[in-house]
Design a protein around this ligand. Structure first.
Ligand code: AMP
Ligand code: MG
Length: 474
């Protein structure tokens, strides 16, 4: 049976200056590495049994019926500096499908060859970042955090050349609510292409926010979703790594897992990305950076407004209100982690006190919170007495809660994709062994279960296993 994706492409209906129509550059020997059958089913994709056909299609060698491959153009602030033109330099949007819940999803190939937006890049990806994104994005989904998904990974049978030398090439198929970014709005705003900006605005509203009325309302909604999203990242110890405005999705999904990592030992200033020299995107800076990114979004929306001075005033107020919103989302997310379902303002201090003690005591982020419900939290601290002091106040507060254990169990994962396990998985995959990848995918699909056979995946890295830097993979 041939593979059937019921494409229904809307982005390709936008004016031609929104993208470049483009085919993937065929690769030598496509071989299927991973296929997300559950996601495929939700997307109504039929005929996924033919692995040869899957490999050819998701390597870009064969264009499936109904696809209109294109590279999207966008701009973006990268580490604070504005690039007026970026775009899909190694990705192609095949088209859109409407899933079983009626939700429109983009099907995108990443690593499919050069496009007019590749600049100095080769348009390719290697197996490491492809499998990293596959595992981490699916783990985020299982944690209930809005994210793009991974549908397929295919090895190309061709080498790609990076600093580390010659590496196996691969293509990831990414599924997203859309790939509209803050940077997409910035692209049209920076060119003073008001007609393009309006078309993008109308398209975005129809696709993501049909109930909203006007740009201010759109800004407020995106701020709401992004505040919630970043609070959720913080609550599971995620460091996105490249929160450039081109990697901030208007849908409110997590997008672009380059150097993204979960931290082991808690420290608020943790940075993994090899290119983030000044810690702009450090763990606890994420709550500030997203406000800055929303300010850039607001700026790009201003030209849509008839009275621009009034708009600037209104948008500024929305952006200025964002930190309080993030704080409220943060408090809610972390309160659940300590068993409090409906936090009051005073609970913030209890959470902050625990985090300060965790940083001081070099406690493992994931295991400490999980141990609050399964037992043994004090053993996570260099000085367990530091936990005991906090625990007394916490227990007194918990007496007012009805089901703190259930709340904690649902908020504190037992297992996360730890950096060193991801690296070990990549090393094995490069050597041709996919068993660690498959095992990670299996265990991470149920992150709130304490599976006895997954104890090794819960363990923090030994000193020799600690991964200090992650890479964009470009
Ligand atoms: P990122 O930091 O991964 O979000 O990428 C930033 C920009 O660089 C995007 O426009 C990418 O399409 C482009 N890019 C990244 N890697 C490559 C590559 N290997 N070849 C071409 N373009 C790339
Ligand atoms: Mg990107």
């Amino acid at each position: 049976m041939t593979l059937v994706l019921s494409f229904d492409n809307s982005y390709a209906q936008l004016p031609p200056r929104f993208y470049t129509r483009q085919s993937a550059v065929p690769v030598r020997a496509p071989r299927l590495v991973a296929w997300n059958a559950g996601l495929a089913e939700a997307l109504g994709i039929e005929g996924g049994e033919d692995t040869g056909a899957l490999a050819r299609i998701f390597a870009g060698n064969e264009v499936p019926e109904g696809a209109t491959p294109l590279a999207q153009v966008y701009a973006g602030h990268q580490f604070g500096g504005f690039s007026p033109q970026l775009g899909d330099g190694r990705a192609l949007l095949l088209g859109e499908v409407v899933d079983s819940n009626g939700q429109r999803r983009d099907i995108q190939l990443k690593g499919s060859g050069p496009t007019p937006y590749s600049r100095m890049g080769d348009g390719r990806a290697w197996l490491g970042p492809v499998l990293r994104e596959y595992v981490v994005s699916e783990a985020m989904h299982a944690l209930g955090i809005p994210t793009t998904r991974a549908l397929a990974a295919v090895e190309t049978g061709e080498p790609v050349y990076r600093e580390a030398g010659s590496l196996p090439g691969a293509v990831l198929t990414r599924v997203a609510s859309s790939h509209i970014r803050v940077g997409t709005f910035q692209y049209f705003a920076a060119r003073r292409d008001l007609e393009g900006l309006r078309a993008l605005y109308d398209y975005t509203v129809t696709r993501h926010y049909p109930q909203i009325e006007g740009p201010a309302h759109l800004l407020a909604e995106v701020i709401r979703r992004q505040a919630r999203l970043v609070a959720r990242w913080l609550s599971v110890g995620v460091i996105h790594g490249v929160m450039n405005t081109d990697n901030t999705a208007i849908s409110g999904e997590t997008i672009d897992y380059g150097p993204c990592a979960f931290m082991d030992t808690y420290h608020p200033q943790t940075v993994y990305s090899s290119i983030d020299a000044h810690g702009r995107y450090a763990y606890d800076n994420q709550a500030h950076v997203i406000v800055w990114n929303m300010a850039q979004f607001a700026t790009a929306l201003v030209p849509l407004m008839p009275d621009q001075d009034a708009a600037i005033e209104e948008f500024t107020a929305l952006v200025h209100a964002m930190p309080d919103r993030i704080e409220a989302e943060w408090r809610r997310a972390f309160a659940a982690k300590i068993g409090i379902a409906e936090p009051g303002p005073e609970d913030g201090a209890l959470i902050a006190d625990l985090l300060a003690r965790m940083a001081e005591g070099q406690a493992d982020f994931t295991n400490t919170f999980r141990a609050l419900v399964t037992g043994g939290a004090r053993d996570q601290f260099l000085d367990p007495a530091a936990f005991d002091v906090w625990e007394a106040g916490w227990r007194a507060r918990l007496a007012q809660e009805r089901e703190p254990e259930a709340v904690m169990r649902a908020a504190n994962p037992s297992v996360i994709p730890r950096n060193h396990r991801v690296e070990q998985m990549i090393e094995a995959a490069v050597a041709g062994d996919l068993a660690p990848f498959e095992r990670l995918m299996d265990v991470l699909s149920a992150p709130f279960e304490d599976r006895p056979d997954a104890a090794d995946l819960r363990r923090p890295p030994a000193a020799s296993e600690i991964v200090r830097a992650t890479f964009c993979g470009t």
